[in-house]
Design a protein around this ligand. Sequence first.
Ligand code: SF4
Ligand code: SF4
Length: 472
Amino acid sequence: MSLPAPEPASLYAAREPIFPRRVKGSFRRLKWWIMAATLGIYYITPWLRWDRGPNLPDQAVLVDLANRRFFFFMIEIWPHEFYFVAGLLIMAGLGLFLFTSAAGRVWCGYACPQTVWTDLFILVERWVEGDRNARIRLHRQGWDGEKVRKRAVKWALWFLIGLATGGAWVFYFTDAPRLAVDLVTGNAHPIAYTTMLILTATTFVFGGFAREQICIYACPWPRIQAAMMDEDTITIGYRDWRGEPRGKQAVEGNGDCIDCMACVNVCPMGIDIRDGQQMACITCGLCIDACDDTMDKIGKPRGLVGYLALTDEVRERAGQPPKSVWAHVFRPRTVLYTVLWAGVGVALVVALFLRSPIDISVTPVRNPLYVTLSDGTIRNTYDVRLRNKSGADKWFWITLTAGSRYAVTLEGEDGAKVLVPANETYQQRVYVEALPGSEGATTERSEIRLWVANEDGTERVSKDVVFNGKAE
Ligand code: SF4
Ligand code: SF4
């Protein structure tokens, strides 16, 4: 008789809650500063004003979806200039590559929204429930009055932070002061409430409960970053050649690590840096602060846990000093990323300054390709979109390249000029005619250049289009 097959071991591991202990030190201070700066920028930016004149919004940073415009202080991006946004995204990507290649996951450890908001939520949690031991005790105790009260206060504060986060986000898309009033009085668009609700919920869940699981399981960056790092990348590590064997200092032969677990207890990811570099480590530096504090207490030099590169490890094991920080930072890979980053940046700045305040795009009307008038004249029709990017109404002149044997007329206009309102795109139907028997009229396809100029001729832009004639 055969025995029943054993149950396969479950591959699911339930999450162990993490209760990071409070820590003081230079990296913790740096993280507080970065948190204050990033949250400050995020929450305050929609309230900054910028005077652009009477016809334009005065919000300094505004994604104006209704008018399909993006405002960033003195810069105004129109829909056809989306390449500026694409360029900025490329720069952000290259910047991330550069920092990761030079100093590992500094983005994850200091500036990523998931890190910043989780840090803020832990701060609130510590303020309401106490430090690590008190939180562990509360977690283990039953749902008595104390636990219900503390959890209610904590969740209420988390909810308010989530609400402020979702609220700040929608303020980027319309006039913030007006929307704030509309939100409070119940007159805002349902999309604003829905967006706030979604962002409040995601902030609440990601910062309050999911925390390190977002970094470990949901974010692709930990997997990608390895491609940007090499043995010269500075990252956080444990100097085991100095710390091991760990244990009591009174025991002869033991290393500097007294196995106090301070580095583990402060870690927001719940890992032990002494196990070596791990995907879960976001290089936040808090274990460095914790261990330095322990080293100070036992009178040993700081740096048992610290920033170092793999090449330093080899040197230090051999009793040599580590390479200088600059030797790690300046290497071909980082120089290449810097050059690419700067190249895209310079190209964007040049493109920004070369922009004309007027612009056109032309769509030929192809049905029919051409019309033969009663006297034999061949007429082509074009829909021209004229963009007046200035703050005042402007007359636009539409002409063809000087000397060309074509005539231009505008639908609904007496002459070749049309008034385009300030900061608007105006569509004008344009007719181009070739006289009977002329080259344009008798050639199947001719290239012509349509020019648009402002009234005083200081700004001109052109577009090459095809004129369809009647081939003989
Ligand atoms: S191991 Fe250290 S650097 Fe890595 S996440 Fe934990 S505390 Fe931060
Ligand atoms: S904080 Fe330092 S001494 Fe304490 S366990 Fe961690 S590495 Fe060892």
